[in-house]
Structure formats: structure tokens, C-alpha cells
Design a protein around this ligand. Structure first.
Ligand code: AMP
Ligand code: MG
Length: 328
């Protein structure tokens, strides 16, 4: 069975085509231009509406298949920005109806976890999911993927992008910030904010921007932002691992492409005698292949989404998802 998956929770619209062995036959993404100031949900939705059909055609061509070869259509049902979600849901409904194949609505966070499990070969990981809009630590417990810690305000990627935009870096700023951080010499004190199992980033952003105005070196600020924020993520991830007694860490989300974050997680897991797993970058960022793959395993367990149940869910919680494939 071949599944076409459409991602569109936030800044990126993506179309992936994947077979039942998780061979990624095509995985194309298009991101909005966020350089002028954040994501405007309506504008992002228009961007996705303009690009989703051309991306589908391109993906089908790239996969070397015909539309009739597609046996399943999956889409990101949430969590995310309402207008974006509705746009890709509409495209997915139309495609599944016109092909006469099942439709599956996929939880975006669960998709990050499932594609990571499949391509890295870990089995029961604690996922550190650090992306633009989301920052969560997720693990399987009591029959569900549960969120053990998360951001109380913005996603870490959004915070890095906001900082970058304010100091004149291109969007998305993460990669550039990582480069500048390598030139950092001084560790500047920034508010380290772990609250129980949760993290918060907006205070750090405010502090870093103030220090920038006061003339602190940009390289030192980038370095200090990374050191402080990543230490927070590693602390919460380690605590979750200890709590659920798991010895695998899976990384997901665009921010985990950061080599310093990977290094810090690696040090932590090595000290615990655990292991770290990192999917390739194209499967870490928001993408259609992860939606397609999760759609396939859901459908294999007998799940499909009726049209009347395909309404999107902006606040779709990770632990709302029933996981029959984990119990099998
Ligand atoms: P996602 O939301 O998962 O698609 O990932 C996009 C986010 O990842 C953006 O906020 C980027 O700034 C961030 N990002 C990408 N590469 C890096 C990097 N090397 N270091 C830090 N953040 C990154
Ligand atoms: Mg994501």
C-alpha cells in the first residue's frame, strides 16, 4: 500500500509518499517566508492553498507513480494553526474522495515520534520534540504517548527565530544562530527556566534582546541562548527518562538538527548508559512523509477517519491518540 500524506500545521506545507515498508518515495516541503515577522495564520493558509496541489503533482511524479497507485490519504489533523489545518484537510478530503480511498487524520506530534522510531530503529524512546511551534518531551506509558514536559509559552524554535529576526538574522534563524554560537566566548547569564517538568522561553528571549540592546556581543548571546535553553531541554528529558525508566532518546523537530543540542543530549545519555537516535534532517522538520507513514500504521490497525470526523483539532493532544499498533 502506498500512502500520500499532507502536512500543514504551521509554517510548512509538505507532501510525502511512503510505502508499507516506509520507503520514502517523495517528501517535498515548502515553507512560508517568515522573515518579515512571524507566522500570520491566514497568510500561511493561503501559502499552503497555493502550494499543496503543485506539491502533490510534483511528489507523484518524483515517486514515479500514478495517482491510482495511492491506496491511502493521510493529513495532519492537529495540533496547529486553524486556517492552515483546514486548508490541508480540505485538500486531503478532496484527494481521498476523488481516488475513492480511505482518509486518516494524524496527530502531528505522534507522527514525529513514529517516523523517528521507524527510521532510527529505536523501540520505546523518550522523544525530545523541539520544533518551531512545539517543545515537548513525550514517552509511551500506560497505553498512550504521554507528554511529560513541555513549553509553557512558545516553542523553542519560535523563540530562536524571534531573537534572530530582532537582531537581523535570516529566517529561519536556527542554523545561522548555531554558526554564530560557535564564535561565542563568554557565557552570559540568562534566566534558566525549568518549572517542574516544564520549560519556558519568553523570559529568556526578553533578557537576550535587552542584553543585545545594551551592546553584548551577538556571538556570545547566541552561544549563551543555546547553552541555557538546551540545558533546560536536556534536564527535562533526563528527568522524564528516569521517571519512565527508559533508555532510548529520540530527537525530533527542526531544532534537533542543532549539533550542540545533539552533543549535549549525547553526553547525558552516555552518562546514563542510554542511547540517542537522530532521524535525518528531512524527517526531523515538519514533512509529509511522517504523516504518510503514521497514516499507514494507523490504517493497518484498522483506523480510518470518516469525513464527518475529519474536522481539524487545533489543540489535538498527544495523549488523546489511541495507539492500537503499540498494543499488538
Ligand atoms: P520545524 O518547526 O520542526 O519544522 O522546525 C523549524 C524550526 O527549527 C525553526 O524554528 C528553525 O529555526 C529551527 N532550526 C532549524 N535548524 C536549526 C539549528 N541548526 N539550530 C537551531 N534551530 C534550528
Ligand atoms: Mg513539527
Amino acid at each position: 500500500m502506498i500512502c500520500l500524506g499532507i502536512e500543514g500545521t504551521a509554517h510548512t506545507v509538505g507532501v510525502g509518499i511512503v510505502d508499507q515498508d516506509c520507503k520514502v518515495m517523495a517528501n517535498l516541503t515548502k515553507m512560508i517566508d517568515g522573515s518579515k515577522g512571524g507566522i500570520h495564520p491566514r497568510e500561511a493558509a493561503n501559502h499552503h492553498a497555493e502550494n499543496v496541489v503543485p506539491l502533490m503533482h510534483e511528489a507523484v511524479a518524483k515517486a514515479g507513480i500514478a495517482y491510482d497507485d495511492i491506496g491511502l490519504v493521510a493529513f495532519s489533523q492537529g495540533p496547529g494553526l486553524g486556517p492552515c489545518l483546514r486548508t490541508v484537510a480540505t485538500a486531503a478530503r478532496a484527494l481521498s474522495l476523488s481516488l475513492g480511498v480511505d482518509l486518516v487524520g494524524v496527530n502531528h506530534c505522534v507522527a514525529h515520534l513514529e517516523i523517528g522510531r521507524k527510521v532510527t530503529g529505536c523501540t520505546d524512546p523518550t522523544l525530545l520534540y523541539a520544533s518551531g511551534g512545539n517543545t515537548q518531551v513525550i514517552a509511551y506509558a500506560g497505553g498512550r504517548y504521554r507528554v511529560f514536559g513541555e513549553t509553557l509559552d512558545v516553542g523553542i524554535g519560535n523563540m530562536l527565530d524571534k531573537f534572530g529576526r530582532s537582531v537581523g538574522l535570516p529566517f529561519p534563524s536556527g542554523p545561522q544562530l548555531e554558526r554564530l554560537a560557535r564564535e561565542g566566548k563568554e557565557l552570559i547569564d540568562l534566566p534558566y527556566s525549568v518549572k517542574g517538568m516544564d520549560v519556558a522561553f519568553s523570559g529568556i528571549l526578553t533578557a537576550a534582546l535587552q542584553l543585545h540592546k545594551q551592546g553584548k556581543r551577538l556571538e556570545d548571546l547566541c552561544f549563551s541562548l543555546q547553552e541555557t535553553c538546551f540545558a533546560m531541554l536536556v534536564e527535562v528529558t533526563e528527568r522524564a527518562m528516569a521517571h519512565v525508566e527508559k533508555n532510548e532518546v529520540l530527537l525530533g523537530g527542526g531544532v534537533v538538527q542543532n549539533k550542540r543540542l545533539q552533543e549535549m543530549v549525547r553526553i547525558m545519555v552516555e552518562e546514563r548508559g542510554a542511547r540517542m537516535f537522530v532521524p535525518p534532517g528531512s524527517l526531523c522538520v515538519d514533512n509529509g512523509a511522517m504523516i504518510a507513514w503514521t497514516g499507514l500504521i494507523m490504517n493497518k490497525s484498522g483506523l480510518k477517519t470518516r469525513l464527518e470526523d475529519s474536522v481539524v483539532n487545533q489543540r489535538f493532544r498527544t495523549d488523546e491518540v489511541d495507539l492500537p499498533w503499540m498494543k499488538a
